[in-house]
Design a protein around this ligand. Structure first.
Ligand code: NAD
Length: 264
């Protein structure tokens, strides 16, 4: 019960990693505000938390819209007007935006701008409105990605926004460290959310398996456990860091995976 009596806001809490983190923080005693652009899924996360005996409320809003983020933070801070944990986790992964984040030479500027607005400005707005409600012992955890650290042949907007989030994490940690507020990021590799299971072909999943050094891919609950650690007092000396959680994909040279594929 590391979060007993604490308040927490999880953006993008309606599914995947955000839902698992909201459930984990609530299971450890936090009063959790689940914020999502999709009010139906946010309400479902709240239902799951309450069914498990936890306390939560849902807020519908878009993290790229300042008034929405202000409302999320106000709801999460509650009558005591104090926020202990902010998990900046929402990202746009829709077919219309992420699905069109392909070749830069014919990229629609709107795809780039929407990616930055949600994935990067969203985190900035979260910090802007949360920090005045935070004090010593409060913690911010941003969800970055291994896409922040490695190149690829598509998703340059997504990867660039996540890379900026890694830098943003250090700035926030530095700016508010003297108030006892910490800021860290998690950088997941493939996480087997419902969406990932739905959209990835067996062939693609097999390719991903060859990239790992560990047998298992990460589940949302694995990321939630890391977020909870970073948000807790157990990580009281950890700030400004980005922790990769990827079953070892970024632990090795590319030829290691090629040798394994040849061997198998
Ligand atoms: P997901 O699609 O299951 O969850 C994302 C949630 O964010 C959804 O509920 C969606 O409705 C919400 N959302 C989207 N735009 C929003 C907005 N403008 N305002 C508020 N909410 C919004 O995806 P996920 O895989 O759980 O992703 C969560 C985070 O983890 C994202 O930041 C993603 O980039 C990151 N990530 C995921 C993986 C993976 O393999 N699943 C890997 C690396 C990083």
């Amino acid at each position: 019960m590391r979060f007993a009596g604490r308040t927490a806001l999880v953006t993008g809490g309606g599914s995947g990693i955000g839902r698992a983190t909201a459930r984990r923080l609530a299971a450890e005693g936090a009063t959790v505000t689940v914020a999502d652009i999709d009010g139906v899924t946010a309400a479902e996360t709240v239902r799951l938390i309450v069914a498990d005996g936890g306390t939560a409320r849902a807020v519908t809003g878009d993290v790229s819209v300042e008034d929405d983020v202000r409302a999320m933070v106000e709801a999460a801070a509650g009558p005591a007007r104090r926020l202990d944990v902010l998990h900046n986790n929402a990202a746009v992964l829709s077919r219309e935006v992420y699905g069109r984040d392909l070749d830069l030479t014919d990229m629609d500027v709107a795809v780039w701008d929407r990616t930055m607005a949600v994935n990067l400005r969203g985190a900035m707005l979260g910090v802007k409105h949360a920090v005045p409600r935070m004090g010593a012992g409060s913690a911010i955890v941003n969800t970055a990605s291994v896409s922040a650290l490695l190149g690829d042949a598509d998703h340059a907007a997504y990867g660039s926004a996540k890379a900026a989030l890694v830098s943003f994490t250090r700035y926030v940690a530095t700016m508010y460290g003297d108030r006892g507020i910490r800021c860290n990021a998690v950088a997941p590799g493939l996480v087997l959310t419902d969406l990932a299971r739905r959209v990835m072909s067996p062939g693609r999943l097999a390719e991903k398996a060859a990239e790992r050094v560990l047998p298992d891919a990460c589940e949302p609950e694995d990321v939630a456990a890391l977020v909870a650690f970073l948000a807790s007092a157990e990580a009281r000396c950890v700030t400004g860091q980005t922790v990769v959680i990827d079953s070892g994909v970024t632990a090795h040279r590319p030829e290691h995976a090629l040798r394994r594929i040849a061997r198998d």
